[in-house]
Design a protein around this ligand. Sequence first.
Ligand SMILES: Cc1cc2nc3c(=O)[nH]c(=O)nc-3n(C[C@H](O)[C@H](O)[C@H](O)COP(=O)(O)O)c2cc1C
Ligand SMILES: [Fe+2]
Ligand SMILES: [Fe+2]
Length: 383
Amino acid sequence: MNITQDIKYIGVTDYEIDLFEGQYPVPNGMAYNSYVILDEKIAVIDTVDARFCATWFENLETVLSGKSPDYLIVQHMEPDHSGSIKAFCEKYPKTIVVANQKAFNMVKNFFGTDLSDRQIAVGENDTLNLGKHTLTFITAPMVHWPEVTMTYDSFDKVLFSADAFGKFGAFDYDEDWLNEARRYYIGIVGKYGVQVNAVLKKAANLEIEKICALHGPVLSGDLTPYLNAYTKWANYEAEETGVLIAYTSIYGNTKKAVQLLAGELSKKGIKNEVFDLARCDIFEAVSKAFKYDKVVFATTTYNADIFPPMRTFIEYLTARNFQNRKIAFLENGSWGPMATKVMKSLLQDSKNLTICENNITILSGVNEQNKSVITALANELSK
Ligand SMILES: Cc1cc2nc3c(=O)[nH]c(=O)nc-3n(C[C@H](O)[C@H](O)[C@H](O)COP(=O)(O)O)c2cc1C
Ligand SMILES: [Fe+2]
Ligand SMILES: [Fe+2]
């Protein structure tokens, strides 16, 4: 498949994997992208997960039609991309491997050799000339690992962005980029907003027509929506006005309260989404906490603590630097409700959280007084 006249797609899609990186559900598969630039010199950009090496070799051979690659550019050493480096180097013993020094150190630790007899170590702004195409390397530490390097092709105006701008799902899966790109970004890179911002600043100086990430589709056309989304996520700004209601419930009373709140918000035309943390993909709920500007935390008191999925949820948020949101608490307990106290303490180090005035304490069943506070909270959240 052609990305441009000279740039070919040789990636694979993994429909076998149940959980990407051991924890993220990927119901629509996962693409491990890889590219070839055909010029006077031929460069391959990244490999694929070792389980798909044979398919990747087939794709590569088709594109090469008998030629052999001059360079393998390694942008990221995570095994979903580096898994076939060793097999590739054995198959093409003359190909030079281009990566930064941190990546070569990892090559040694993964494969027992750092390929010192066949490597070019590159750093920030170093270039590699292929003929018409000159590649410039842009370091992108912690987006998503310390060794990550992006590659800019000034001839075709293509940014090979490593994991950045990637998403869950097969390469050609037809769906909106935003939701699955958000779930991917927040889940995997959410902690590193500062580093993502640094790379976005470097990218702002480049003329980019296409973004070729290591997961998900090639992005082309108007790139502003993708760049805007990344800028918001990196700065922990909400994308939209709206309310995420994250809850747990054992017997259904907290659920009932949450449904009343969601109903009132909807009546007022306030966008809201409700997630049962014990049943949903918790990472989708996490990503929605970064999408909207308001979050309601609703849970039951549980052995003088909170129901475990809510604790996990909040820990996932704080691990990703959750901040800059308006939040509210709803607690339930049959003899000594203390869920709000626990949730507040878990969030105490999160920056710039504004807590709503109307917080709800339910003593088992939802009573009339609870209902009026729910109405007041809906009003407060709709301001
Ligand atoms: C294992 C377990 C432990 C609980 N621990 C407490 C507790 O420490 N304090 C309390 O007030 N209620 C406790 N509860 C009671 C629930 O928090 C309470 O019944 C609540 O109303 C349940 O809300 P729900 O209908 O949304 O599940 C516990 C319930 C269970 C099942
Ligand atoms: Fe990665
Ligand atoms: Fe990746």
